[in-house]
Design a binder for this molecule. Structure first.
Ligand SMILES: NC(=O)N[C@@H](CC(=O)O)C(=O)O
Ligand SMILES: [Zn+2]
Ligand SMILES: [Zn+2]
Length: 404
C-alpha cells in the first residue's frame, strides 16, 4: 500500500513531464465529460507496481475504527443540477455539514438560506439523516436584524469572505469595521463568525495572506468583540495553528485534508497541478507539519472541515483556473490515514466527531459509524452536472473505507 507520506514524497520529487505516480495520483488532464477515467493525461504515465503495492507505515494497526458519526464543518455543495451529484457524497460520509453560502448570488439572508436548504434537502438520499447546517454570507451591509432573523431560523453562523479573497467573494467584506453592527449582534446572539482568513491587499504575497490577516484583521475583530465565537477556516500556516493553540477559548480552526497532506511542491514542482490549487494556497512543508501537529494533538479547538469545493473540470483546467479541491467522497478515509500515519488514531474521533460539535454548541451525534481497513482506489473523477470533477487523490489507493 502506498502510504500518504510516500505519495507526498513522490509528488514533490517526480516530474509530470517524465511521468510517474504523480500523474496517476492527480488524474487525467484532457477533454472533460468522460466518467471512465480514460482521458489521456498530457503527462503519460502508468502507476508503477512498486508504488501501488509499497508497504506504508500503517500495517499492524486496527482493522476497524468504530466511532461517533462525523460532521463536516466546512462544505461547498454549490447549487442547481450539480446538487444531485455532490449532496449524496457528503450525506454518505457525514451526519451534518456546515454549508458555505458563496453562491451566485450569495446567500445573504435567512430567507435565501431557507430556500437553499430546501434545494439541498431535495437531494438527500432516502434513508439518510444528513443535515445541512446553513450559513449566511456577511457583507458590508448586513444589518443586525438579519443576524436576529438567522438566529430565529435556527442558523448558527455567518461567513466572512474578504471581498475578492476567493471563489464568489466579490460581495464580501471590504472593511471589517463596516460589519461591526452585525458582529455585535452575532456576539450577543451566540452566532458564530466563520472566517476566510486572508487579506487581499495586492502588495501582500499570496503565501503571506493568511499570516497578515491573523496579525491585522483578526485582532481588530477579537479586540472589539471578545466574546464572539470565531472559526478560522481551512488553516494553512504555523501562525494560524499557533494563534488557536495560544489564543482565547472563543477561537477555533477547521482543517482540510489537503492542508494536512500536501505542501506547495505538490502544486508546483514538475508541472502545475490545477487539481491541487485551492485557497488559501498550499504552503511550505514547515506549515503543513504545524497543521498536522495541531490537528492530531487532541486539542479541542481543531476540527474537521473538508472545504470540499467542486469545480467543473473545464474550469480547473483553464488559463485562469478556479480555486477549490473536491474531497467529499474520500476526505474521511484520508484524514483517518493521516492520523494513523502520525500515530494519532486515538485522537481521530475527537477531531472528526466531537470537537466541532462542542465548539458549535450542538449535541454530539448519537449514531456510530465504522471505518474498516480495506483498500480502494479513488476514482479518476465523478460526474458533475454535464462535466466531471476530479477529486483529491484521484487514482490513489486508500486504506480505510467507511462502512455504510
Ligand atoms: N477553498 C477554495 O479554494 N475554494 C472555495 C472557497 C473557499 O473556501 O475559500 C470555493 O468555493 O471554491
Ligand atoms: Zn475560504
Ligand atoms: Zn471553502
Amino acid at each position: 500500500m502506498l502510504s500518504l507520506a510516500m505519495w507526498r514524497t513522490r509528488l514533490g520529487k517526480e516530474s509530470a513531464l517524465r511521468g510517474g505516480t504523480l500523474a496517476v495520483a492527480h488524474a487525467p488532464l484532457a477533454s472533460p465529460r468522460r466518467l471512465d477515467g480514460a482521458r489521456r493525461s498530457r503527462c503519460p504515465a502508468t502507476p508503477t507496481r512498486d508504488a501501488a503495492e509499497a508497504v506504508g507505515d500503517t500495517s499492524g494497526g486496527p482493522e476497524r475504527l468504530t466511532f461517533t458519526a462525523p460532521d463536516d464543518w466546512h462544505l461547498h455543495l454549490r447549487d442547481g443540477d450539480v446538487l444531485a451529484d455532490v449532496v449524496p457524497h457528503s450525506a454518505s460520509q457525514f451526519s451534518r455539514a456546515i454549508v458555505m453560502p458563496n453562491l451566485t448570488p450569495p446567500v445573504t439572508t435567512a430567507k435565501l438560506a431557507c430556500e437553499y436548504r430546501a434545494r439541498i434537502m431535495a437531494h438527500v438520499p432516502e434513508g439518510s439523516s444528513f443535515e445541512p447546517l446553513m450559513t449566511l454570507y456577511l457583507t458590508d451591509n448586513t444589518p443586525a436584524e438579519e443576524v436576529h432573523r438567522a438566529k430565529e431560523a435556527g442558523f448558527r453562523a455567518f461567513k466572512l469572505y474578504p471581498a475578492g479573497a476567493t471563489t464568489n467573494s466579490d460581495s464580501g467584506v471590504t472593511d471589517v469595521r463596516k460589519c461591526f453592527g452585525a458582529l455585535k449582534a452575532m456576539e450577543e446572539t451566540g452566532t458564530l463568525l466563520l472566517v476566510h482568513g486572508e487579506v487581499v491587499d495586492p502588495k501582500i504575497d499570496i503565501f503571506d495572506r493568511e499570516r497578515v490577516f491573523i496579525e491585522t484583521v483578526l485582532p481588530t475583530i477579537l479586540d472589539n468583540f471578545p466574546n464572539l465565537k470565531v472559526v478560522l477556516e481551512h488553516i494553512t500556516t504555523k501562525h494560524a495553528a499557533r494563534f488557536v493553540l495560544d489564543g482565547p477559548k472563543n477561537v477555533a480552526a477547521s482543517v482540510t485534508p489537503q492542508h494536512m497532506l500536501l505542501n506547495r511542491n505538490a502544486l508546483l514542482v514538475g508541472g502545475i497541478k490545477p487539481h491541487f490549487y485551492c485557497l488559501p494556497i498550499l504552503k511550505r512543508e514547515e506549515h503543513r507539519l504545524a497543521i498536522v501537529e495541531a490537528a492530531t494533538s487532541g486539542h479541542p479547538r481543531f476540527f474537521l472541515g473538508t472545504d470540499s469545493a467542486p469545480h467543473a473540470d473545464q474550469n480547473k483546467l483553464s488559463a485562469c483556473g478556479c480555486a477549490g479541491i473536491y474531497s467529499a467522497p474520500l476526505a474521511l478515509p484520508i484524514y483517518a490515514q493521516v492520523f494513523e500515519e502520525n500515530g494519532a488514531l486515538d485522537r481521530f474521533e475527537g477531531f472528526a466527531s466531537v470537537n466541532g460539535a462542542a465548539f458549535y454548541g450542538v449535541p454530539r451525534n448519537e449514531r456510530v459509524v465504522e471505518l474498516v481497513r480495506e483498500d480502494w482506489r479513488v476514482p479518476a473523477n465523478y460526474k458533475f452536472g454535464d462535466d466531471v470533477v476530479v477529486p483529491l487523490g484521484a487514482g490513489l489507493k486508500l486504506t480505510w473505507r467507511l462502512r455504510t
